[in-house]
Design a protein. Sequence first.
Length: 154
Amino acid sequence: MRALIQRVIQASVSVDQQVVGAIERGLVVFLGVGAGDTEEDVAYLAEKIANLRIFADAEDRFNLSALETGAQVLLVSQFTLYADTRKGRRPSFAGAASPQEAEPLFLRMASLLRELGLNVEKGRFQQHMLVSLVNDGPVTIMLDSQERHRARRG
């Protein structure tokens, strides 16, 4: 499971010219579900997202998490995070989970983030969405649940 996280001062997502989710200060989380991802991947990333210290403290250092700052979350499904561009010019999305596999995990992510104490808005699964955001920093972080299985360098 992959999450591309952007710290924002505001963001919204629209479907058919209607806003379906909007936040002020917080995180936009583009979530890609990979083939074979499980509840364990969801739990790992939910904890990481909620506790990742990417908000500035009084000394302007990354010391505060979304939970500590009361940040909001806009969760947007994005299978294109599994684009494989190694061959040719058209990306392959063979590594992405099927919609039937991905949607329950996407919804579980929203639920877990709420259980952790975050206010969560979300886009609509498997819909063409327009996402508008103002990136703060800019701060953009990529998380991959498979990284938890790899040894940390240095």
